[in-house]
Design a protein around this ligand. Structure first.
Ligand SMILES: Cc1cc2nc3c(=O)[nH]c(=O)nc-3n(C[C@H](O)[C@H](O)[C@@H](O)COP(=O)(O)OP(=O)(O)OC[C@H]3O[C@@H](n4cnc5c(N)ncnc54)[C@H](O)[C@@H]3O)c2cc1C
Length: 292
């Protein structure tokens, strides 16, 4: 473990001043479930972190409220708090399911949604549903605030567009159409404490004729970051959901994965698995069974 100085601001303003003062040398910590592991890792001890800024005493980062058709979520909200929130269970249910699948009770009580975004792991569980919901991230610094679509904030594995002096202050999630179908499916290495081997979040809106008018498909642990696979979404748009179509869409997602990542040692496993997970997730989201 490296030695570091510890700061514990109690307001956003004080936190932003610290970030501005220390720059590269400082690192924010929320639940610490990623950062502490990183700081103990021998290979990463030269990250250059000299000051750790604890955000857990900033009450302004812990809130869940609604404004017009947006849910505003504080980055300091834990995965367990998301899972237990009745409002989020109604308007962002697959985000709740994803948060409930994170690690173990200890990890879910400590780990935060802001920490998941800050880490930007390609294997994250909350990121695919957040991208499928079209979440925006509000970032603050001493220079002001800006709002970025989450999908655009995730640049590559473990790399975001969050500047050194910026703090996530809110996650803005458009309220889901209550008629929409959704699903989050996850395949882990083992049932407990599993970081996703692969996962998928899907969201589908149908018109009165049963044809898809809005489709979002976001696989996890598949692409370098959590992104919508537009070519696969287009296959369902304007069509009635069916088992055969979902199977073909799953295969399309697998094809897109290989076109981006190339063929690796894990491809023979990942290719059929992601195709099958996408098919299962779309079936779940639209209520299609094997015989349809
Ligand atoms: C045993 C174990 C099992 C796990 N299982 C899973 C799993 O199943 N699924 C899964 O998705 N994840 C899993 N994780 C990973 C981890 O729990 C998540 O990525 C997430 O909960 C981290 O949140 P945190 O609050 O602990 O982040 P921290 O470790 O405190 O911080 C993570 C990063 O985010 C930055 N950060 C934190 N808050 C902010 C903010 N407000 N603004 C800007 N940057 C910020 C930090 O600087 C740091 O870079 C697991 C971790 C462990 C140790």
């Amino acid at each position: 473990m490296i030695r570091f100085e510890y700061k514990r601001p109690t307001s956003i303003e004080a936190c932003l001043e610290l970030l501005d003062l220390y720059g590269k040398k400082a690192k924010l910590i929320a639940g610490g479930t990623d950062l502490m592991v990183e700081m103990r890792d021998d290979d990463k001890k030269r990250l250059g972190v000299e000051i750790v800024i604890d955000t857990t005493h900033i009450a302004e980062l812990k809130f869940i409220d609604v404004e017009d058709d947006m849910i505003n979520l504080g980055p300091g909200i834990t995965h367990e708090e998301i899972w237990e929130n009745p409002f989020l269970n109604e308007y962002a249910p697959f985000l709740c399911e994803a948060c409930h699948s994170v690690g173990s009770p200890q990890i879910r009580h400590a780990g935060t949604v802001g920490g998941s975004i800050g880490t930007a792991s390609p294997a994250s569980d909350p990121l695919p549903p957040l991208v499928a919901l079209g979440a925006f991230i509000v970032l603050a610094s001493v220079n002001g605030t800006r709002e970025v679509l989450l999908e655009d904030l995730l640049l590559k594995p473990y790399v975001t567009d969050i500047a050194e002096n910026e703090l996530i202050v809110s996650i803005r999630i458009p309220i889901m159409n209550p008629e929409a179908g959704y699903s989050f499916v996850k395949l882990g290495r083992r049932k407990a404490l599993a970081i996703s081997r692969m996962n998928v979040a899907t969201y589908v809106e149908l018109d009165e004729e049963g044809k898809a008018v809005e489709v979002r498909i976001v696989p996890g642990s598949c692409m370098p970051t959590a992104v919508r696979i537009k070519s696969a979404e287009e296959m369902l748009l304007g069509q009635k959901p069916s088992y055969a179509l979902h199977k073909a869409i799953g295969e399309k997602v697998a094809e897109e994965m290989v076109s981006v990542t190339g063929r690796r040692w894990s491809t023979p496993y990942k290719e059929p698995v992601i195709a099958s997970l996408v098919k299962r997730s779309l079936n779940e989201a639209t209520g299609v069974s094997e015989n349809e």
